[in-house]
Design a protein around this ligand. Structure first.
Ligand code: IMP
Ligand code: MG
Length: 181
């Protein structure tokens, strides 16, 4: 589906849930927290494409210690009737992570299945440590017992768009987080 009409595009933005200012403040705080916690340690921020690209870009600018950045992409195949699924890594890190403290930077934790699998794969590579930092958490939807170490915003079960999050590949470039109508 392609959208080119601006009024059609805008008609699906129901209301802003988290403003640009609120995001900025929370991202700044998270960057400061990482800078203090990982000072003097080899830090690798790992973003899961595509949803976390905006968050990682802004967060990384608030990190004031040396750090490396890596990207991964994954495809999930989950049967609705099954509790366990399959995750295929479609793009992998270039780094050997065994010499790094790794922080996974995620856009949103929904059922938790994709991230649980990625965390399992990364733990298997024996990083010095592994933590999960997520911009958003929708705990009501969780199917897997998975907690982020750091959550910037906890939200109800809305479908949200903006700040990296999409509906049909659109709306990732909104500077705020909105509910999709
Ligand atoms: P799960 O936690 O394995 O169910 O999958 C989480 C992924 O689904 C996220 O990384 C997003 O890409 C996508 N997702 C979940 N909820 C939303 C939403 O409200 N808006 C946009 N994408 C979402
Ligand atoms: Mg994602």
């Amino acid at each position: 589906m392609q959208i080119t009409a601006k009024n059609e595009y805008e008609s699906h933005i129901k209301r802003v849930i988290i403003s640009e200012e609120e995001i900025k403040k929370a991202v700044k705080k998270a960057g400061k927290m990482l800078s203090e916690k990982y000072e003097g340690k080899p830090l690798l921020l790992v973003s899961i494409l595509k949803g976390a690209f905006v968050f990682l870009a802004d967060l990384s600018k608030e990190v004031s210690i040396p750090c490396e950045i890596g990207f991964m992409a994954a495809k999930s195949y989950f049967e609705s009737t099954e509790s366990s699924g399959q995750v295929q890594i479609t793009m992998d890190l270039a780094q050997d992570i065994s010499q790094y403290h790794v922080v996974i930077v995620e856009d949103i934790i929904d059922t938790g299945r994709t991230l649980a699998e990625i965390a399992r794969i990364l733990r298997g590579r024996k990083p010095l440590s592994l933590e999960i930092l997520t911009l958003l958490d929708k705990p009501e939807r969780r199917l897997i017992d998975l907690e982020a170490d750091y959550t910037l915003f906890t939200i109800p079960d809305y479908f949200v768009i903006g700040y990296g999050l999409d509906y049909g590949e659109y709306y990732r470039n909104l500077p705020y987080i909105a509910e999709y109508e």
